[in-house]
Design a binder for this molecule. Structure first.
Ligand SMILES: Nc1ncnc2c1ncn2[C@@H]1O[C@H](COP(=O)(O)OP(=O)(O)OP(=O)(O)O)[C@@H](O)[C@H]1O
Length: 518
């Protein structure tokens, strides 16, 4: 793979970075050929984001150096990185939502493009870039009115407008629908054909195998392997990441559903603009079963979770749970619903699952903090909280297992483990769980899936919302499909496959014997 005559687009030599006791990157070496797509994979906390932050000038390395096109570059700030031709598409977009695409792209562009070139020149340049790289977009659209996939395209255009020849994407498909993700990969290939080099961080080995030329594996801060993608496979990559063989399928016995523990009748929900987001949804959830909700994100699944968990009050309908009837006129708060025995892992851990400024042992009891177990007469019982947090960190392999570390300083996947552990360990009668393994590595997914199945086997009821079809098919006993706020289909998990679910999710399934789209 190494050809010493061609300078690499980017080369890292002996990069190290330490945060207190944590050695996040250790003597990292990496060579990325020009015009290639290079995957970086590794467990949660392996040091991938730290390394990308060093390349993009968010952090300064303690030791080592970076070469771009064979020249050493001194990157201390993102401005330095941009000057060196490096661009980054962040997981959480950095766009001004009420600005247009053009305004966002021009904002902060080096040297004040607005003054130098004038708006019309910038518009022409942006249109040229968009057409050169097949990044079809209306440059006058307001960003907040664009779907997520198009907002991501604005981020890519922003980087290209600033002259990026090396583009870093950190978990770019986490928030995309499958169709948007496909489109993104087509864009990355067209960038590559035009000589742009792409560094791609993802936990989805499927994406690595389908899209990259080479892949490098990180483990516990070190770069442990490099492979040509065409010469490796899912099993080898999983083992290289985790350091042991990983089971890629879920082991579970047939479900033995018991009595109905939660039933929702004709639930509807209007948003603040008066748009009906949830339409007449009825469902029954039984003890000892996992009911999967499949659907392209944005089709009412989030509203369903919010209404069931008491985060928002339904506009119409009623919920029967734990001997009570909850309705628009007799609502219950999220805290009351939780006390009745319903736990909730929200889809967005940052917004709703954690307080990032809290230490881990505080985030680990959020929502349950008024329980007498944690809340003494006058003060919180810190010792109990700390001991329990340490025990859970060991059981769920949270890294580093430090209950005093600020929640924000855990890697994304480890934050997710803290939230899931908190909810599952309550041993709830009903667990609502949204996108349980978003941003989670393949070894930790195995553990999370096992825990969900054992909760089911202990007779608990689980409602699982996931945009990952593989996850829905692997875990669910029964599947409901949502489209445009309504339930459009139900099937036994045994009858589910990607094609049927895909058609149902697009509301194009007909169950005539030929199974052709309606
Ligand atoms: N600002 C910080 N202060 C302290 N520790 C940090 C900080 N940023 C990262 N770390 C630690 O450095 C290690 C590497 O984290 P990093 O975010 O780079 O991992 P990652 O491979 O990107 O993980 P994930 O796949 O979960 O996103 C982790 O142990 C993390 O807790």
């Amino acid at each position: 793979m190494i050809n010493t005559t061609i300078p690499y687009a980017i080369e890292l030599r002996d990069i190290s970075k330490r945060f207190g006791a944590v050695q996040a990157n250790k003597d990292i070496c990496l060579q990325v050929p020009k015009g290639s797509i290079h995957g970086i994979i590794g467990e949660n906390g392996a040091g991938k984001s730290t390394l990308m932050s060093i390349i993009y000038g968010f952090y300064e390395a303690d030791t080592g150096h970076i070469e771009v096109d064979g020249e050493i570059v001194n990157i201390r700030t993102s401005q330095d990185a941009i000057k060196a031709g490096i661009g980054m598409v962040h997981q959480h977009f950095m766009l001004v939502e009420n600005f247009t695409v053009l305004e966002n792209v021009m904002l902060g562009a080096e040297g004040g493009a607005l003054l130098r070139k004038g708006v019309s020149k910038a518009r022409t340049e942006l249109k040229r870039l968009a057409s050169q790289y097949s990044l079809d977009i209306d440059v006058d659209a307001i960003v907040e009115e664009l779907p997520v996939g198009l907002q991501q395209r604005v981020e890519i255009l922003k980087a290209l407008y600033r002259g990026a020849r090396i583009l870093i994407l950190d978990e770019p498909t986490g928030v995309l629908t499958p169709q948007e993700a496909d489109h993104l990969f087509r864009i990355l290939h067209s960038l590559k054909e035009k000589g742009v080099t792409v560094l791609l961080i993802t936990h989805k080995l499927r994406e690595i195998l389908a899209s990259t030329d080479n892949v490098s594996v990180m483990r516990q801060g070190e770069m442990v392997a490099h492979r040509e993608t065409s010469k490796t496979n899912k099993e080898e990559l999983a083992e290289l990441m985790v350091g042991k063989k990983v089971r890629l399928t879920v082991n579970k016995e047939e479900a033995e559903p018991g009595k109905v523990v939660l039933s929702a009748k004709h639930l509807s929900q209007f948003d603040s603009q008066g748009v009906k987001r949830l339409k007449d949804v009825s469902l029954e959830l039984r003890a000892g079963e996992i009911l999967g909700i499949a659907g392209v994100s944005g089709n009412g699944q989030s509203e369903l979770l919010n209404v069931l968990s008491g985060i928002t009050v339904m506009s119409e309908g009623e919920i029967h749970f734990a001997g009570d009837v909850i309705s628009a006129t007799v609502p219950k708060t999220a805290a009351q619903v939780r006390d009745m025995g319903m736990a909730h892992v929200p889809e967005d851990r940052h917004k709703m699952g954690l307080v990032t400024g809290f230490e881990a042992y505080e985030s680990a009891v959020l929502g349950y903090h008024n329980s007498p177990v944690y809340n003494g007469k006058f003060l919180m019982n810190r010792k109990v909280m700390l001991d329990e947090c340490s025990t859970r960190m060991a059981a769920w392999d949270v890294r580093p297992p430090n209950p005093y570390l600020k929640t924000a300083n855990f890697s994304g996947g480890n934050q997710q483990k803290i939230v899931i552990a908190r909810e599952v360990e309550q041993n709830p009668d009903v667990l609502l769980i949204g996108q349980p393994t978003r941003g989670v590595d393949i070894g930790a997914i195995e553990n999370i899936h096992e825990q969900i199945v054992s909760l089911r086997d202990a007779g608990k009821a689980i409602l699982l919302v996931s945009v990952e079809l593989d996850e829905i098919m692997a875990l669910s006993d029964r599947i409901l499909v949502m489209f445009d706020g309504a339930v459009v289909g139900e099937l036994d998990a045994k009858d589910a496959n990607e094609r049927v679910l895909g058609l149902m999710m697009a509301n194009s399934y007909s169950d005539d014997p030929r199974g052709e789209p309606a």
